[in-house]
Design a protein around this ligand. Structure first.
Ligand code: AMP
Ligand code: MG
Length: 500
């Protein structure tokens, strides 16, 4: 259904709200996207708008009435210069290759911020597209609020991520296992180019297209690589380094992405797709939250190996651009993958040095970290609170302190940090540790409570309090203490669901 024409007054207000579109993606060959407008929303309503992000983006939304914002963030009124489109891509999902595309998303365009950053503004849940396959193109309120709070928490935790600008309800009911309120999230991303976009290009069997995508991606994210002797290899290297840094950052804060399919791996190095993700409470490397991840493919401790697997798929797409001889290209790619392993190990170990406040670098730092993790796993220690306690000279989980091996580990740690037995970390180490070890993460049980209140009782209070609490994850504030509590015992075996 075509969108209602906005009043010229509304359009003028939106024109004055600061959107500056300059879209380059649609200069790619037309196989890479399809133009198309967001669907009709019968009664759009604002649930949340991210005012501080809007400000960063140079958007002036204050002068807009709530109904106008709802019309804007549901795609009923398009800002000047927006020509919406959906992107084509492919991807390996749980290991199997599929042709995909935005089945429920429309990119409004690439917006230029006041500092000259270029970001995609995308609506998610905005209706069917040519890539919807059997899907309804819709999203529901709970999962969109979930993406909002977790992505904003990740940003505050200093983990590279797409951002959330707004959530609106559409006024339509969306049928899942029961009818649920339809909703649309406005996502802001450095871009939506993914490993899956390259897999799509490689599957086209038209070498020109792959080369065009390479040039586009380099130009958008890493323009300095255009002059490299092999821009394809240089791009692979930088994407691999960003993945190593990203996965290390996830593991620093206890994040399990849950659906590390190649269509969910951005070239920018931002976390994308907050579907079945969740944060670990008690430490266990094998932790899986997603109900469909039966084999534990995307378990917490498996994330570095899955990143490598995904980067192997990325390398495969680039082979024709790496060398004319396929066997030579494969040999080069294999050598690069081995290199990734080193980068990943280094990123992980350095991250653990931050968490433990270890000065310099020593050969056995890795085993110091893994031995602590083993003790934590044995005693089901809370991941977040244990590291925070180590950095804040606070109370450790008693099970951990009683564990056989704890005293010996503690002595090794003290010796490694060159302080007397039992001394607390010095000021500099403590400061470093406090910036690596959050006090507040969006705990799964608090996220669920907040979403239940919002969806079932239309009470946004708990959601707003949670969003506020996760903005300052490294500060200790007495009134935020409830957000630091581990889950109640009744909240074990937490499960998350995909495709919601
Ligand atoms: P995701 O698990 O969110 O990464 O989604 C995988 C693919 O399924 C993407 O191409 C989505 O656009 C598509 N998809 C997910 N939900 C829907 C839906 N309700 N309708 C149409 N496509 C969908
Ligand atoms: Mg996805």
């Amino acid at each position: 259904m075509p969108n209602e024409r906005p009043s010229s007054e509304e359009q003028d207000l939106i024109t004055g709200s600061g959107f500056r579109f300059d879209t380059q993606y649609t200069q790619l060959p037309s196989v890479f996207y399809r133009l198309g407008d967001p669907s009709h929303a019968p009664q759009p309503k604002v649930v949340v708008v991210n005012d501080s992000l809007a400000q960063e983006l140079g958007l002036r939304l204050e002068s807009l009435a709530s109904e106008t914002k709802a019309a804007l963030f549901s795609g009923q009124i398009l800002p000047n210069g927006s020509i919406p489109f959906s992107q084509a891509y492919a991807g390996h999902q749980f290991g199997g290759f599929t042709m995909l595309g935005d089945g429920r998303a429309h990119v409004l365009g690439e917006h230029l911020t006041p500092t000259g950053r270029r970001v995609d503004i995308q609506l998610k849940g905005s209706g069917r597209t040519p890539y919807s396959r059997g899907g309804d193109g819709r999203a529901t309120l709970g999962p969109m609020l979930r993406e909002y709070v977790i992505s904003e928490a990740m940003a505050a935790l200093n983990v590279p991520t797409t951002r959330s600008l707004a959530v609106v309800t559409t006024g339509a009911r969306v049928l899942r296992d029961q009818p649920l309120p339809g909703a649309i999230l406005t996502r802001v991303a450095a871009s939506h180019i993914r490993i899956g976009t390259f897999e799509f290009a490689a599957a086209l069997d038209e070498p020109k297209h792959l080369r065009q995508l390479l040039n586009h991606a380099v130009d958008r994210h890493y323009p300095e690589l255009a002059r490299a002797s092999s821009p394809a290899l240089a791009l692979w290297d930088v994407v691999a380094k960003r993945q190593a840094a990203l996965v290390a950052a996830w593991m620093r804060v206890g994040f399990v992405h849950g659906v590390m399919n190649t269509d969910n791996v951005t070239l920018s190095g931002e976390t994308i797709d907050y579907g079945p993700c969740a944060f670990i409470d008690s430490y266990a490397a094998a932790t899986v939250f997603s109900s469909i991840d039966e084999g534990g493919r995307y378990a917490f401790g498996n994330q570095p190996w899955i990143a490598r697997w995904n980067l192997a798929r990325f390398a495969e797409t680039l082979l024709p651009l790496i060398d004319d001889s396929r066997s030579r290209a494969v040999a080069i790619a294999e050598e690069r993958l081995a290199q990734f392993q080193t980068w990943m190990n280094e990123a992980w170990t350095e991250m653990m040095r931050d968490k433990l406040g270890l000065p310099g670098q020593r050969e056995d730092d890795r085993s110091l970290a893994t031995d602590l993790l083993e003790l934590m796993e044995e005693t089901s220690a809370d991941y977040t609170n244990t590291f925070r306690a180590l950095s804040a000279a606070a109370v450790l989980p008693p099970e951990l302190e009683r564990a056989r091996g704890w005293e010996a580990w503690r002595a090794r740690w003290d010796a490694r940090c060159e302080r007397a037995r039992g001394d607390e970390p010095g000021a500099a180490a403590r400061d470093r540790m406090r910036h690596a070890n959050p006090a507040i993460i969006p705990r799964n049980y608090l996220v669920e409570e907040a979403l239940d209140a919002a969806v079932e009782s239309a009470d946004l209070g708990p959601f707003q309090r949670l969003v506020a609490a996760v903005q300052t994850p490294y500060e200790e504030q007495p009134d935020l203490a409830p957000f630091q509590a581990p889950p109640p015992d009744s909240f074990r075996n937490y499960q998350t669901f995909c495709g919601t």
